[in-house]
Design a protein around this ligand. Structure first.
Ligand code: NAP
Length: 344
C-alpha cells in the first residue's frame, strides 16, 4: 500500500505558495517515478489564518484564498491554533516546511518553530537562513537525537545544491574559502545604476517590479549577504559564525560617479562575499569591489548568483544560478524532502 507523506507548511508567502504549486505540478511524477504521495495536512501564516485537515488540504483552494487576500481558516477541518508553535504540535505531519521571514539577528521565531517540530518527531526543511546561522549545531544534534532530519538547501542560492554537494559528492574534500555574489537584489540594483540610475531610482524600480522589499536595507546594507556568508562558513567550514561577525559593508556608499569611473576602466562594481581559512582563524567579508572582466564575477548580471569555492583538492569550483525566484527556492525544498526519503 502506498504511504502518504503528511506535510505541514509554516508560512504561505512567495516561497510557501511556490512550493504548493510545485507539489501540484509534480504530483503525478512524484508518484510514478518515486512512489511518493503527499498530503498537506496543515498550513499556517502570520496574517492569513491557518488550516488543519488530517485528510489533506485542497492546495488549489488554499492558493486561491491567500492570493485573493483571504484567510485559510475556512479550509480547516478541525480547530487550528493561532499560535504557530501550538499549530505545529497540533498538526498531524511527518515533515514541516518552514518558510517564515528571516531574522538575521537572532533567527527567531523560526528557531523555536523548528525546535518544536523536531521535538514533536517531525523532519524539518527550511528556506530560512536565520535558524541555520543561529542554530545549526543545536538543531542538527536535536534532529539526530530524534532520528529526524534538519535540511536547509534553499537557504543559500535557492535551488542550487550547495549543501548537498558538500554532503556527498565532495566527500573527503575541505573547503578553504569562497568568493561569490550571493545577494540578488544588490546585484540587480548595481546593474540598474550602470544603466544610469541613482541608487534611489534603482530601488524604486526594483520595488515596482517586486524584486526589492519595501524596506530594502537588509539587502542594501549587506545583511542578507552576511547571513549567507555566515551560513556557508558555519555549515561548510565547520566554524560557527554569526552575521554580526562578518566584516560587512553594503552598497549605500556607491555613487553614480563611482559606477561611471569603473565602467570607463572596463570594470564593474559588485557586492562581493568572501571567506578564507587562515592560520589564525576564518575571515569573512561582504563588501563592494570593482571586478575586472577576467573575474568570474564580472558577467553575473541581474538577479543571478554565483559562488566560486576553493577546496584542498579542487582549486576552483564555481556554481552559477541564473535568474532564481520563489520557484527555484521551492525546488530546493522539494529536493530536501526527496533526499530525506532517500528516493534515489
Ligand atoms: N523569496 C525567495 O525567493 C527566497 C529565496 C531563498 C530563501 N528565502 C527565504 O524563505 C523564507 C520565506 O520567503 P518569502 O519570500 O516566501 O517570504 P514572504 O512572502 O514574506 O512569506 C512569509 C510567510 O510567512 C508567514 N509568517 C510570518 N510570520 C509567521 C509566523 N509567526 N508564523 C507563521 N507564519 C508566519 C507570512 O504570513 P502573512 O503573509 O500572512 O504575514 C507568509 O505567509 C524567508 O526566510 C526567506 O529569507 C526566500
Amino acid at each position: 500500500m502506498t504511504r502518504v507523506h503528511r506535510l505541514c507548511l509554516i508560512g504561505f508567502g512567495n516561497v510557501g505558495r511556490a512550493f504548493a504549486r510545485l507539489l501540484i505540478k509534480k504530483a503525478d511524477e512524484l508518484s510514478d517515478r518515486y512512489g511518493v504521495v503527499v498530503a498537506v495536512t496543515g498550513i499556517t501564516t502570520g496574517s492569513h489564518g491557518g488550516a488543519l485537515n488530517p485528510g489533506g488540504i485542497d492546495l488549489s483552494a488554499a492558493l486561491a484564498l491567500v492570493e485573493a487576500g483571504g484567510s485559510l481558516d475556512s479550509l480547516s477541518a478541525i480547530d487550528a491554533p493561532s499560535d504557530t508553535a501550538d499549530f505545529i504540535r497540533a498538526c498531524p505531519a511527518d515533515v514541516v516546511f518552514e518558510t517564515t521571514p528571516v531574522n538575521p539577528h537572532t533567527g527567531q521565531p523560526a528557531l523555536d518553530y523548528i525546535t518544536t517540530a523536531l521535538h514533536a518527531g517531525m523532519h524539518v526543511v527550511t528556506a530560512n537562513k536565520g535558524p541555520v546561522v543561529h542554530g545549526y549545531q543545536t538543531l542538527t544534534e536535536l534532529a539526530k537525537a530524534q532520528g529526524r532530519h534538519f535540511m536547509f538547501e534553499s537557504a543559500v542560492m535557492d535551488g542550487a545544491p550547495i549543501f548537498a554537494l558538500f554532503r556527498e559528492p565532495l566527500v573527503g574534500a575541505n573547503l578553504i574559502g569562497f568568493e561569490g555574489i550571493l545577494n540578488s537584489c544588490t546585484n540587480l540594483l548595481l546593474g540598474l545604476m550602470e544603466e544610469g540610475q541613482t541608487l534611489d531610482e534603482a530601488v524604486a524600480y526594483g520595488r515596482s517590479i517586486g524584486i526589492t522589499e519595501t524596506d530594502p536595507s537588509n539587502d542594501i546594507d549587506g545583511w542578507d549577504a552576511a547571513v549567507k556568508v555566515a551560513a556557508l562558513v558555519t555549515v561548510l567550514m565547520g566554524e560557527p559564525l554569526t552575521p554580526q561577525q562578518v566584516d560587512r559593508t553594503g552598497i549605500r556608499g556607491i555613487t553614480p560617479q563611482m559606477i561611471a569611473e569603473a565602467k570607463s576602466a572596463g570594470e564593474r562594481w559588485k557586492l562581493v562575499c568572501t571567506a578564507e581559512r587562515r592560520p589564525d582563524g576564518i575571515t569573512a567579508r561582504v563588501a563592494p569591489q570593482r571586478v575586472r572582466p577576467e573575474s568570474p564575477l564580472y558577467t553575473v548580471s541581474g538577479t543571478s548568483s554565483f559562488c566560486q569555492f576553493r577546496l584542498d583538492v579542487l582549486p576552483g569550483l564555481g556554481i552559477l544560478e541564473s535568474d532564481p525566484g520563489p520557484e527555484t527556492t521551492a525546488y530546493g525544498l522539494l529536493a530536501d524532502f526527496l533526499n530525506i526519503l532517500e528516493v534515489v
